[in-house]
Write a protein that binds this ligand. Structure first.
Ligand code: GLN
Length: 554
């Protein structure tokens, strides 16, 4: 980099939502990282919730948890997976969070009698969050994605703030990239540029002239269409990028590279010098993914199976593990509320691996316990995450350790065997938002366990998001029945992971923490890597799956 100043790239979206702004932002991030720059990404969400932690997964998709314990938008997961840099609390800012700060300041009397207004008080606070990101991380680039679509009432204060931003830091340090859709109209047999024209105009009305327009479309835009868009957007044709649909999101940085996005951003726009991107390892991952033919079936048993985004990082982590093993994953979505039914039970029995991810609330719990039982008894590789570990413990307590009716007190306050109970520090808490055990904590892995072996380290740091834990009063009884507590907090007070011995089960491991959040395409999370490895083995040895598969007693 020619100097140590941070540059700011703002990404807006137009025409329709769900264009993949997060992936576009993350892909530009990846290209800049591959050219040797330090990059941090940030997402602005125009809703009033302070964070997405209390929203239903059907509203919002997955809640992504950062290392420092913020509950954030799922786009931050893309940012981390693409740039391999951890995000933080500062990386996700909502309108609710901004208003919360400003209103608290007003109550303290900090505005000294002024009328507190959207402009300048809200917009100042938004700009402050961008500057904070640059100051706290000292990176070469901050990329800020503005959630929503240009034209939404909600996003106006954010757009106004980024319009003002160049005045504060200098125009030459800022770049505006606008992502739009160029739809293909079948009966006309044409790609249509009109919605993009309208969207660019809408942005201009707000006072922002885009420096680059990235156009999503089914196929590559012709030179003519790019020229046309360039003309009305007052841009050189190189600043109009054709982002055609691809089968695998991890190919997007490669498409952008081919289209010259990073050259335009780095050299043309900012006038910086940098070596060409080193994308060798990234290309290898996408190549392995596209060449894989072997298929492994993973049954994912959850409550929100109608919306895949609800389990986004889990699915991505499975994909990373599959790339490592050179196979593909077929996710069988199994609705836990229907899991007792014959058909579903058959679906589970035919799976090469069963995964129960995190979750909240009592609906579908018995179905999940049934699924864990099938996995244990039929020796189907099992991975339980958070709630999936708690389910495995309840199932083991009921059917192996002789604790009939064992359950988590989250679902049954009267259970005779509360094997899962509230964390002591959770007992007095009434607020729902941001009050769980959140973020990365050290986990001690015990010697001679599968977990210790598969991580190859004695202490790991993994991210948490839960209120309940294994009940220490019943822990010894579970252990003497054969449950191995292979991971604990360093003081051994909290159970962080459990497993069954390799003598009784090929792979039965579950963690209280969420390994999916730290999985990267080039570095799959160890738990996922070994789980998919075990499932692949099961897929390759169908004999072992035949009815003769002996039930495991412990
Ligand atoms: N509901 C459980 C708890 O709060 C599990 C949480 C989760 O799976 N993320 O402990």
């Amino acid at each position: 980099m020619a100097d140590s100043e941070t540059r700011f790239i703002f990404i807006t979206g137009g025409v329709v939502s769900s264009l993949g702004k997060g992936i576009a932002a993350a892909s530009i991030g990846r290209l800049l990282v591959s050219r040797g720059f330090d990059v941090q990404l940030q997402k602005f969400d125009p809703y009033i919730n302070v964070d997405p932690g209390t929203m239903s997964p059907y509203q919002h998709g997955e809640v992504f948890v950062t290392e420092d314990g913020a509950e954030t938008d799922l786009d931050l997961g893309h940012y981390e997976r693409f740039t391999d840099a951890n995000t933080s609390r500062a990386s996700n800012v909502t309108a609710g969070g901004i208003y919360n700060t400003v209103i608290r300041r007003e109550r303290r009397g900090d505005y000294l009698g002024a009328t507190v207004q959207v402009v300048p008080h809200i917009t100042d606070e938004i700009k402050q969050r961008i500057k904070l990101m640059a100051e706290s991380t000292e990176v070469d680039f901050v990329i800020t994605e503005i959630g929503g679509t240009v034209g939404d009432i909600e996003s106006l204060p954010f757009l106004e703030a980024i319009r003002q931003f160049p005045v504060d830091v200098g125009r030459r340090r800022c770049m505006f990239i606008h992502l739009t859709l160029v739809p293909y109209i079948g009966h006309a047999g044409e790609l249509k540029t009109k919605p993009t024209q309208h969207s660019v105009n809408e942005l201009r009305r707000i006072g922002i002239a885009p420096d680059m327009v990235v156009c999503r479309s089914e196929s590559l835009l012709s030179a003519d269409i790019r020229r046309k868009i360039a003309l009305f957007a007052s841009l050189p044709v190189e600043a109009v990028v054709s982002a055609r649909d691809v089968a695998d999101i991890y190919q997007v940085p490669l498409v952008f590279r081919t289209e010259g996005v990073d050259d335009y951003v780095v050299s043309e726009h900012f006038g910086l010098e940098a070596p060409p991107p080193d994308l060798g390892a990234w290309e290898a991952v996408t190549r392995r993914a596209s060449e894989a033919t072997e298929r492994v079936r993973i049954a994912l048993v959850g409550k929100y199976v109608k919306l895949e985004d609800a389990y986004l990082s889990v699915v991505e982590a499975l994909h990373h593990a599959a790339v490592h093993h050179g196979c593909k994953i077929d996710v069988e979505w199994v609705d836990s509320e229907a899991v007792g039914e014959q058909v579903v039970a058959e679906k589970l029995a035919a799976a090469d691996g069963i995964l129960i991810p995190g979750g909240f609330g009592g609906r579908g719990i018995e179905g999940k316990i049934h699924a864990a039982r099938i996995a244990r008894e039929r020796r189907i590789p099992y991975l339980g995450i958070c709630l999936g570990m708690q389910i495995a413990v309840s199932e083991f307590a009921r059917h192996v350790a002789g604790m009939q009716g064992a359950n988590s007190t989250e679902f049954d306050l009267e259970t005779p065997f509360p094997v899962i109970d509230l964390l002591p520090e959770q007992k007095e808490i009434a607020d729902m938002g941001g009050t769980m055990r959140l973020g990365a904590d050290p986990v001690k892995l015990h010697d001679s366990t599968r977990l210790r072996e598969l991580y190859g380290e004695a202490v790991i740091y993994e991210r948490h998001r839960h209120r309940y834990e294994v009940n220490n009063h019943l822990r010894r009884r579970l252990e003497s029945a054969g449950l191995i507590c292979s991971g604990t907090s360093p003081d051994e007070r909290l159970v962080e992971a459990i497993e069954l011995s390799a003598d009784v089960h090929p792979f039965f491991v579950a963690s209280q923490y969420h390994p999916e959040f730290k999985s990267r395409p080039e570095r799959p999370a160890p738990l996922f890597r070994e789980f998919v490895g075990a499932a692949r083995k099961a897929a390759r040895a169908p004999a072992a799956q035949a009815p003769g598969r002996a039930p495991a007693s412990a």
